[in-house]
Design a binder for this molecule. Sequence first.
Ligand code: CP
Ligand code: NVA
Length: 306
Amino acid sequence: MRHFLTLKDFTKKEILEIVNIGLEIKKDLKAGIYKDELKKQTLGMIFEKSSTRTRVSFETGMFQLGGHALFLSNRDIHLGRGEPIKDTARVISSMCDMVMIRTFEHSMIEEFASYSKVPVINGLTDSFHPVQLLADYMTMIEYGISENAVVAYIGDGNNMTNSWMMLSAKLGFDLRIATPKGYEVDSQVLETALRLAKTSGANITVMNDPKEAVHGATIVTTDTWASMGQEDEKAQRIKDFQGFMVDDLMMCLAQKGAKFLHCLPAYREQEVSEFVLEAHANIVFDEAENRLHAQKGLMVWLDKQK
Ligand code: CP
Ligand code: NVA
């Protein structure tokens, strides 16, 4: 049995297998073919933070695979009232076939997984958002931009940045990260990524100049400046991130025809201009839709490992 907590635990071959299963399932869905690959299975979904895409994609995905998904908000289950994680894990995993968790500290999901009898999927922690990167890579494949990609990530050194580092380190594409001073990436994650990159050949660089990062990039991406849980810092962050908005001037420095990706939700005129987001709306909303297909691929893959 395998859990899906970070991309660090997966080989390039496995990541590609998951994405390819997702692409096959997407093709079937577009042809009106539904295969009950997870018939009668139940996915427990624990949400300690808000979500639009993650909730809708996992719930819809499980239904389309012949199973059922349970939305478990921490306001409704005893976890939110102090029932220990290890007890919650043993109870839920005794009734469900898979569990997806969106929470704050990554250690919560690790503890849950260590007590779970069924696969646990990270639906976002403060440290990583690996399911998003499956959809992002699927989108890169579909748009023909996965080969020789040079990805520029502009903005906060957060869970998305950490996940981009892991994907780059595993798959071997180049990644430049530009953050404002004081908002750099986690040094331990960077160290791990640089070590893994030696095997894959990825070139991962970190800097504080967004223009330098974006110069010649084939893909430009960003994320909110204030992640969930950082709402109180928002005003300060808006000041500290001046010059880091991905606007059309910044996109002009990237390679001609460069694509823009965003995990969403997007804050217009903060991390991305209205113009850039709307100009790249096709790919950004395909990226969002691919959450459904990539996660179906992931659940089918995890079920096969049991
Ligand atoms: N990108 C993403 O995870 O979106 P949600 O927060 O809406 O789930
Ligand atoms: N970094 C963002 C990602 C949202 C999908 C957050 O954690 O809120």
